[in-house]
Design a protein. Structure first.
Length: 370
């Protein structure tokens, strides 16, 4: 190959640390085998990029679609970099998002393109010590936001009230403590967040519900979600909670959800596969007659994206390696009672795993008084 070209925002961020709003206007990073590189952006981005990055070469186009489409202009930039004939790519052109339409890279360059997505994904899957430290810091702020969410979730309050208060206060605290270490975000509202996404009462039995600003009631089962990106890196922390005294059946399902997560923890070690971890959880469910309450796989990788490959699923035979980071979140869902899911973020170590999130998991700590 004569070089490589990246169109995906996540991949560009991973390799260059360059953050931008991904929309219908192509943003591209290209590097030749000799090390010469360029970032290719709409003209109005040039001033900001000069101020906030260390790119030596910034090429631009007037606008999209423009009088001349950006892709032929990009082809000339690549030729000037010596990138021609055979090119490694994350995709054969800019992805069709937000109404974008354009010719393929192979069409405008006449080059043979070689997909590199699987190579890049394997790199993302193994986190460096620096990346792990950022995810651990994210987990710390997830826990802070969760404590506030638990405090504000009381009968009579609504989902939006509790979530907005917790997220707002946690974000301000994070910004005050971390300063520039936070790393910024893609919007003025980016920061720590905690909420339920509609997983309240019987809706908590829907693994992927949506928010409805529901009012909390005694007897509700709740499933939380939190996030707190640190320089773009994410941990995930989730807990099942109950408002008021839990019933015996609630306790039973809660205890099994905790036990299933412990089974998954015990199965995570170098040399095991993602399928081994999910299979251990499914065997636990089968042995305890819990398969009717099963809805989803045990977890997924996480990092710059909230969901990454590989997946803790019986269909994924990826071998676990030190540095891989996963959410571990086996759940049980009863449509007559609610859902019970605890998610923690862990990193595979040389001899097992290490938890990057820390929050109480016992039902007493997660029972909200009425």
């Amino acid at each position: 190959m004569s070089g490589y070209v990246l169109f995906g925002a996540d991949y560009i961020q991973y390799f260059t640390g360059f953050w931008f709003l991904s929309n219908e206007r192509p943003v591209v990073y290209a590097e030749g085998v000799g090390g010469d590189s360029a970032v290719f952006v709409p003209e109005f981005e040039v001033e900001r990029i000069r101020a906030e990055t260390t790119f030596e070469r910034i090429d631009s186009y007037p606008e999209y679609p423009g009088i001349e489409h950006p892709m032929p202009i990009l082809a000339r930039v690549l030729a000037d970099l010596g990138i021609r004939d055979a090119i490694g790519v994350d995709g054969d052109g800019y992805p069709g998002i937000l109404g974008y339409e354009g010719p393929a890279l192979s069409d405008v360059t006449g080059a043979t393109v070689r997909p590199l997505g699987d190579v890049i994904e394997s790199m993302l899957a193994r986190k460096s010590p620096a990346e792990i430290a950022l995810i651990r810091e994210s987990g710390r702020w997830c826990a802070h936001a969760h404590r506030l969410l638990e405090e504000y979730s009381r009968p009579g309050a609504t989902e939006a009230e509790a979530s907005l208060r917790a997220s707002h206060e946690a974000t301000l605290a994070m910004l005050q403590e971390l300063g520039d270490g936070y790393g910024g975000g893609l919007s003025s509202s980016a920061g720590a967040s905690a909420g339920y996404r509609g997983q309240i009462g019987l809706r908590s039995s829907w693994a992927h519900a949506i928010a409805h600003n529901i009012e909390f009631q005694p007897g509700d089962v709740l499933v939380t979600e939190t996030s707190a990106p640190i320089r773009g890196y994410n941990a995930e922390l989730e807990r099942a909670m109950v408002i008021g005294s839990p019933t015996d059946e609630m306790r039973r399902l809660f205890d099994h959800a905790v036990a299933a997560q412990q089974v998954a923890f015990a199965a995570i070690r170098p040399g095991a596969t993602c399928a081994d971890v999910d299979g251990a959880v499914l065997r636990y469910f089968e042995e305890n007659d819990l398969l009717p309450y099963w809805r989803q796989h045990t977890g997924h990788a996480i990092g710059l994206r909230n969901h990454e490959a590989p997946f803790l699923d019986v269909g994924d035979h990826t071998v676990l390696e030190p540095g891989m980071v996963f959410t571990v979140e086996p759940g049980l869902y009863d449509d007559a009672i609610g859902g019970f899911r605890h998610s923690d973020t862990v990193v595979v170590t040389e001899d097992g795993m290490d938890r990057l999130t820390d929050y109480p998991i016992d039902i007493e700590s997660l029972t909200i008084p009425v």
